[in-house]
Each structure stands twice: as structure tokens, then as C-alpha cells.
Design a binder for this molecule. Structure first.
Ligand SMILES: [Zn+2]
Ligand SMILES: [Zn+2]
Length: 243
């Protein structure tokens, strides 16, 4: 599996860098995980977006779905070159209004996932875990054989993440705040992320969903301090990690 970061900011794009989006490739399969602001533009630097096999959405906040409409138009306007007749878009059904938007007649089809059974997409197994967020959101675990990637999606810290991420080859986290952030938060701090990675004994940690106004090297340094011996990197556009 190869994962490429297409966008990594939380909330809104900034200075040419987009919000959440990751291209997951395995063999000739191309799966887009989240489709935030700026992601379609960036995706086209790697593959023709018409060559996608599926899109998987963690939740329906705009910073994870902003480019979905234009991706659907991309498929609508160039029917000759599509890899599939319709683009499968996987989402949860806890929000029927947004789930309905995934289906566009003759262009894309919404497919429901849930947290009590896994979903096979091509050669990969997807599992989902409901997170703690103001709207329903799901962490995603992708497994192929002995290898796995866990993406926390957006979430406050909760203990269930440790089991879900246990021993994974790559943990990608919503690390939107430095460690000194106080008050009620719906994302994780560097401290929480680092401690999560350590408790789950993941092989590698990638902090993502990063803040625009905090130095990324500070975010990384803080996280690494709590992750201790877990190798830690920060997401940036174009970063590729092979698992
Ligand atoms: Zn977000
Ligand atoms: Zn969110």
C-alpha cells in the first residue's frame, strides 16, 4: 500500500495547501480517503481523477468533503474516460441529507459503511470506529494481509483509539492543537496524539489535520516527546508513505 498526502490542514485551506485528503494505492487500485478543499486539484498531479476506484469519507464536515461536488462534475463531464460506470463513494448513514449527496444519477453512487462489519474495497479491508466529534465521524482502519493503516479521522481523544490502532504500521492522526490547548476540544493535542501512538505501539506516526497558525516543527517536537521511541513525521502535501 502506498499513501500520498493531498491535503493536511484542519478546518480550511491556507496558502496553497489543502484540507484532509489521502490517495491510497495498492496495485492498480486508487482509493481517495476524504476529499477536502484543494484535494481534487492536488489529486490530478498524481492520477487522472477518473481513474479512482472509490472514495471513502470519514465524515461530512466541509474540510473533508469540500471537493466532492467538483469531483462528481469531473466524472459527469468526461464519461468516456471513466474507469468505472459510476464512482462508488462510501459514507456513513447517520446523516441522511449528506449521505444522499453521494449519489448523483449516472455519475456516483453512495454506499453505506458501518462500525459493526468490515467493508471490502478491492483487495483491501476497511473497518470503522465511531469517534468523538460534534457530528458523526469514523476512524478508519485499512488492512491488507499483515499490514495496516489507521486514520483517526476527526476526534477528541478516547481510549478506544488505542485498541483500534494497536500495532498498526502507520497511524495518521487528527492533531489540531499544541499540548497547552485548554478547554473543550473536538480534536487531539500533540500530547494526546503522542501518548496514543505510544500506548498503541504503532510502528510509525504521522500527525495531520494540522493547525495553520502553529509552527509545524513545534507540533512535531511536542508529539515526538510523548510518542517517545515511535518514529513520528508530520503530513505535508505530496508526502508518500509506503507500507
Ligand atoms: Zn476536519
Ligand atoms: Zn470534523
Amino acid at each position: 500500500m502506498l499513501i500520498t498526502v493531498l491535503g493536511f490542514y484542519g478546518g480550511y485551506p491556507y496558502k496553497g495547501q489543502g484540507t484532509s485528503g489521502y490517495l491510497l494505492q495498492d496495485g492498480d487500485q486508487n482509493i481517495l480517503i476524504d476529499c477536502g478543499s484543494g484535494v481534487l486539484n492536488e489529486l490530478s498531479n498524481y492520477i487522472d481523477p477518473l481513474q479512482l476506484d472509490a472514495v471513502v469519507l470519514s465524515h461530512y464536515h466541509h474540510d473533508h468533503t469540500a471537493d466532492l461536488g467538483v469531483l462528481q462534475y469531473n466524472w459527469q463531464l468526461d464519461p468516456q474516460n471513466r474507469k468505472h460506470d459510476v464512482l462508488p463513494i462510501y459514507g456513513h448513514t447517520q446523516d441522511f441529507v449528506n449521505f444522499a449527496q453521494l449519489t448523483m444519477d449516472g455519475v456516483s453512487k453512495g454506499i453505506a459503511y458501518n462500525d459493526y462489519e468490515s467493508t471490502e474495497i478491492g483487495s483491501l479491508k476497511f473497518e470503522f470506529l465511531r469517534t468523538i466529534h460534534p457530528v458523526p465521524a469514523y476512524a478508519i482502519k485499512i488492512t491488507k494481509g499483515d499490514e495496516s493503516i489507521v486514520y483517526t479521522s476527526d476526534t477528541a481523544y478516547f481510549d478506544g483509539l488505542v485498541d483500534f490502532a494497536k500495532g498498526t504500521d502507520l497511524l495518521i492522526t487528527d492533531t489540531n492543537f499544541p499540548e497547552d490547548k485548554t478547554g473543550k476540544i473536538w480534536h487531539m493535542t500533540t500530547k494526546e496524539t503522542g501518548e496514543l501512538a505510544k500506548a498503541a505501539q504503532v510502528k510509525r506516526l504521522m500527525i495531520s489535520h494540522l493547525p495553520q497558525k502553529v509552527d509545524v516543527e513545534q507540533m512535531l517536537k511536542e508529539t515526538q516527546q510523548y510518542a517517545e521511541n515511535i518514529p513520528t513525521i508530520h503530513a505535508f502535501t505530496g508526502l508518500e508513505v509506503e507500507i
